[in-house]
Write a protein that binds this ligand. Structure first.
Ligand SMILES: [Zn+2]
Length: 158
């Protein structure tokens, strides 16, 4: 399931996109924790009983927590957890623009989930928002995440 399909099925249409609510409606448990092994920012794990849990570090900035949860939803929705792959534990490198493979896919999913294409396009077309910083706040994402999302959509900054 791609991000657009997840939004269609599980999003309530409100901004900023409630990624924890989406995860829960998808049947995924979400927990905030003080620390993860290896200094990770987030992880998704399939338990022995088949259930899934997403964990993120509560001390990190909210925009980062949100991207982390969206990234972990991506691993689930894109079918990355299968066979012997029962866990993804993500550190800074996995969220960077230099990430490759499944991590890159999960990042692209996260950006598309947090910043739905049609909403970004609508806002830019109607000029409701005066700056990139305000637009980032509108979606509760980092300025860097917004910049890359606009570029990927072929849009220019405000
Ligand atoms: Zn990952």
């Amino acid at each position: 399931m791609n991000a657009s399909e997840v939004l269609d099925r599980y999003w309530d249409g409100c901004l900023p996109v409630d990624v924890v609510g989406i995860a829960q409606r998808m049947g995924l448990a979400v927990e905030s924790v003080d620390v993860l092994d290896n200094g990770a920012s987030g992880e998704i794990e399939q338990a022995a009983d088949g259930s899934f849990v997403i964990r993120f570090v509560r001390a990190e900035p909210e925009v980062r927590q949100r991207f982390t949860v969206a990234h972990e939803i991506g691993h689930f929705a894109l079918g990355h957890l299968r066979g012997s792959q029962r866990m993804f534990r993500d550190s800074v490198a996995d969220f960077s623009t230099g990430a490759r493979g499944l991590e890159r896919q999960a990042n692209a999913f996260a950006a598309a989930l947090l910043m739905p294409a049609r909403i970004v396009e609508y806002v830019l077309a109607h000029k409701d928002i005066a700056s990139d910083a305000a637009l980032a706040r509108h979606f509760a994402v980092s300025g860097v995440a917004l910049k890359y999302r606009l570029r990927d959509l072929g849009l220019t900054s405000i």
